[in-house]
Design a protein around this ligand. Structure first.
Ligand SMILES: [Zn+2]
Length: 354
């Protein structure tokens, strides 16, 4: 254990169907001192497989080293997308999902999906999640620099994350759409990923928490976030203490990446270390950041208790029969498609181990 206490990571992705890779990631987590994670499905994206929801449920079922919570996601771009969102939500919750992840408002996906989460087609589903107090994680927009090509690295441009090309909405519009959604669903429990990309705007970050009492931020990094905190460290320290119940630990760890440990070090040390500069363990290793030097009771909330409160301190049981039925349904759908033979093989194995 590299940290002095067990922690909970609210923001993890399982991207591969390769069990060995996922097991390796979970084992690394255990060694770091992570006792529990939320695996967030991103099935709304065309870059990941149609089986993403079953994948997070599988690890909730099978993980031994670390407790796994499963966050499902609505289908937007595959053959299940024609199902109304409220039906999808019902099915995901009935199978045993602990919450719902929305990646729909990441600009490259928002463009493909062609509507925002304030669209009326989401209303019934969001009202249901609101009624039942189901936790939701929203990724909204991206760092402000992604609209200015002169401020972007080659690798981010290559990943299709430059949005100032006229094909994507302006930065502010993503926020406008989410506020419009929140005004319809004010009681929805929302964790806004990556600090809502507001680590460069403390006043806006504060105004939003004041206006929307059911909203939290997760501290899942985007590379600039921790340098931005460091540039204004005393003010951010006050902010973290003031809003100690509204901030949730996360890392974006994923099983395709080697050494998620460096991201954990970045996130955890930013909370705990002193305000003296130290080299950033992940992303910009040539840069230095400062710690927020938070009291231990605040660290405990951010790294564990706030996430459990977000989950209503509840354990959602899996319904293995419904999961099995969903897996068989998907298998029938894809088994004649040769290009998806590896997915079908994965599903067969998944069903046989259920
Ligand atoms: Zn993520």
């Amino acid at each position: 254990m590299i940290f002095n206490k067990p922690i909970v990571d609210s923001h993890v992705h399982i991207e591969t169907r390769d069990s060995e890779r996922t097991e390796k990631m979970l084992l690394e987590m255990k060694e770091i001192g992570v006792k529990e994670i939320a695996a967030l499905s991103i099935v709304c994206s065309p870059d990941y497989g149609i089986e993403q929801n079953l994948l997070v449920l599988k690890w909730k079922r099978d993980s031994r080293d670390v407790k796994v919570r499963a966050f499902g996601c609505f289908h937007e771009v595959d053959s299940y997308a024609e199902l109304p969102y409220e039906k999808q939500a019902e099915a995901l919750l009935d199978m045993g999902c602990d919450g719902i992840k929305f990646l729909q408002m990441k600009p490259n996906y928002r463009r493909i999906i062609g509507k925002g989460v304030c669209d009326p087609s989401y209303d019934k589903a969001l009202s249901m999640l609101e009624e039942r107090g189901v936790p939701t994680v929203f990724h909204v927009a991206d760092p402000f620099e992604f609209w200015d090509i002169t401020k972007m690295s080659e690798s981010y441009i290559a990943r299709g994350w430059f949005y100032g090309d006229g094909r994507h909405m302006p930065y502010e519009d993503y926020y406008t759409e989410v506020f419009s959604m929140l005004s319809k669903h004010p009681r929805l429990k929302v964790s806004l990923a990556h600090f809502f990309f507001l680590a460069n705007d403390i006043d806006k970050a504060r105004r939003i928490l004041e206006k929307y009492p059911n909203v939290s931020y997760d501290i899942t990094p985007h590379p600039r976030m921790y340098t931005e905190f460091s540039e204004n460290i005393d003010a951010w320290r006050d902010f973290f203490i003031e809003y100690q119940d509204r901030i949730i630990y996360g890392t974006d760890s994923q099983d395709e990446r080697e050494r998620n440990i460096n991201i954990h070090k970045t996130a955890y040390y930013s909370l705990t270390k002193s305000r003296d500069e130290f080299p950033m363990p992940a992303y910009y290793k040539d840069k230095c950041i400062r710690g927020l030097e938070l009291p231990e009771s605040v660290v405990d909330k951010i790294c564990e208790h706030n996430f459990h409160a977000f989950l209503n301190n509840k354990d959602v049981p899996l319904n293995e029969e419904l999961i099995d039925r969903a897996a068989r349904h998907l298998l029938r759908k894809i088994e004649r498609d040769e290009s998806r033979a590896d997915r079908a093989a994965w599903l067969r194995e998944f069903i046989s181990k259920g």
